[in-house]
Design a protein around this ligand. Structure first.
Ligand code: OAD
Length: 261
């Protein structure tokens, strides 16, 4: 029987481990990279297969939905079906477990895949909405999601219609050019200004206003630790850059901070 390969804990800075252990209010800010090890491509990953001819920016727009509602709805249904086949990975699970180690943890995500909640994280601040909360494009009535219909060989799916006004149902995500949910944004910004440590995990730091949150923490002289296998636009301002995959670094970091973790 082959030995189970365990990843040895990475050598972490002692001050980092102390700050993590002593944190009274920790913010974890995540992007698409935290779901990469669950099998969900990030935005900077090339879209594969049927969708490779499109850029997310071409489809994640109100105008795109007005122009071709079935194409946009089909793309989101394809993503929803993909997410339904995926499971939270050790990064999501570790973040969920971390909430039991610090007095207060605010989890802010740019992701719409719902994997943090499926991993057990409570009260996730979903800055960009959720695939699981479709609503009417015209009157805003929420429409409970059906089981994902898309298969890999489908592109256009006609959206369902609103029971209230007959308008097309749209994905419950924030599109380019749209405002973030006001209450969620204000809670996220206040947490970024008031915490004593921030972990920025799996984000390229390119899309605003979400990407301003780590910078807001730095402005408040709050240490920010970035976890990403690649350098990002945020590297220069980070207290620590932990170069590695979230599903490897986070469990190792917490094991180093709390050996009984
Ligand atoms: P991106 O695709 O821009 O960046 C994903 C980041 O994850 C990159 O920096 C990768 O290096 C990193 N990454 C890849 N694999 C990783 C792993 N295993 N562990 C940790 N990091 C990994 O996605 P976001 O930064 O989330 O906006 O993009 C932000 C927003 O851009 C999205 O929310 C979306 C998109 O347009 C809207 O939908 C409004």
């Amino acid at each position: 029987m082959t030995e189970t390969q365990t990843t040895p804990p990475m050598p972490f800075d002692d001050e980092l481990l102390t700050r993590l252990r002593q944190s009274q209010h920790l913010v974890v800010f995540t992007g698409a990279g935290v779901s990469r090890e669950s099998g969900i491509p990030t935005f900077r990953d090339a879209l594969t297969g049927l969708w490779s001819q499109y850029e997310p920016e071409d489809l994640a727009m109100p105008d795109a939905f007005v122009r071709d509602p079935s194409l946009v709805w089909g793309w989101y249904e394809w993503r929803r079906a993909l997410v339904a086949r995926c499971e939270p990975n050790p990064a999501h699970l570790t973040i969920a477990a971390l909430a039991n180690r610090v007095p207060k943890l605010t989890l802010i995500t740019q992701n719409v895949d719902g994997l943090h909640a499926r991993a057990g994280s409570p009260d996730v601040l979903e800055l960009h909405g959720s695939l699981e909360r479709p609503r009417c494009f015209d009157c805003g009535t929420h429409c409970p999601p059906d089981a994902p219909m898309a298969t890999d060989d489908q592109q256009r799916i006609e959206p369902p219609t609103c029971v209230q006004c007959g308008g097309f149902i749209r994905p419950g995500v924030v599109w380019f050019g749209e405002a973030l949910p006001v209450d969620v944004w204000h809670r996220a910004k206040r947490a970024a200004q008031a915490c004593d440590l921030m972990l920025s995990v799996g984000t390229s730091g390119l899309v605003y206003p979400a990407a301003s949150l780590p910078k807001e923490a730095v402005f408040q002289q709050i240490p920010v630790v970035q976890i990403n296998p690649e350098p990002t636009a945020l590297d220069e301002t980070m207290w620590h850059n932990l170069h590695g995959e979230a599903g490897v670094v986070l469990p190792s970091l917490l094991k180093s901070a709390w050996p009984d973790f």
